[in-house]
Design a protein around this ligand. Sequence first.
Ligand code: ASP
Length: 423
Amino acid sequence: MSLTTKILIAMGAGLFVGVFINIANTQGWLAATPDHWINQLMVNGLFDVVGRIFVASLKLLVVPLVFVSLVCGASSLGNNTRMGAMAGKTIALYLLTTAIAISLALLLGELIRPGEGIGLNSTDSFIAKEAPSLGDVIVNMIPSNPIQAMADGNMLQIIVFSLLMGVAISKSGEEGKKIAEWFGRMDAVIMKMVMILMELAPYGVFCLLAKLFASLGAGAIIDLGLYFGTVIAALLLHCFGVYSLLLQLLTKINPVQFFKRIRPVMLFAFSTASSNATIPVTLRTAEEKLGIDNRIASFTVPLGATINMDGTAIMQGVATAFIAQAYQIDLSMSAYLTVVLTATLASIGTAGVPGVGLITLAMVLQQVGLPVEGIALIIGVDRILDMIRTAVNVSGDSMVSLVVAKGEDSWDEKCFNNGKGEA
Ligand code: ASP
């Protein structure tokens, strides 16, 4: 049985067990006591611990993997003057897809109008954090202490440092070659670690979902059904519509085949709700299933996990429209443009970790003068939307990586068709 199938079964089982425990708790079958052994030993014991171990084991690979893999990539790309062009193309595509995502979300938010009729008045008590200026974002990309950057898991800083080191290695002649060789070997070892830890995924995924659904009531989803449905519709449209279209237009690669290959990436992202924790799986899939050269993938994947969040932007677009409608505030055309711009820029420099989308949403709302307290309206269903939008975020990273690789002649069609490893 393939790993993807195992993960899918584990997901289904986790969902079933979680919902069952939830119903049992709310119906009083477990005597409605939080200290019933099922709640104590299973939900808050076993499921919680195994789920957290799974996420931690993925996260533990992120920094060493990104560093080693990117040094490898950059050291073999160093003499190639196309580095700048490749980076520029990647960033442009990331920004473009995010801007499309949020525009699509605003459009659907206006057409469906999920917040109409709620009829709230603002008292504005919530104070949002200021959005960092573009200048700050750029300056913050330079690590004054690379060890600190790694300890903090600051992805943009790690990317800058690894690129610099890779380029320096490629320019250091014989000595550099030896170091590059060492990094190449290390890369193979870390990829093996990724494979070993991926084997744990079915258990981890089962526990994460069982724990989540045991504590999650379905009531919130029903109350916010229209908002929830609008976000999901926009996510599906963007993921399967816009990405397929872009893939067809820019690469002529069959989108169905693409989505088939990235299934494990989407499943990991869904279960962990973190693009960052999914980096090891995204990178491995990009190189071994999509046939993207390490020189491209080692740069585009971690960068994408950090700056490219189309799914998050979609949630923010719909949420902005929803909150404006709920508070009966009409947004002007320039307010819409501000939303597109702020949400696109806000996604740069915020890490791909669970729930970060809500924090940047506060910045977006503040920019257009909407009551930030409106976030309270949607927070109840955010965890589930977080899982789904993270799957879209990583699909976007994979799609752009493939487009860039194809454009740079770094795509191995044979590997795409036949694959290298088992995932
Ligand atoms: N959880 C998302 C991610 O890691 C970010 C968010 O939307 O909160 O990509």
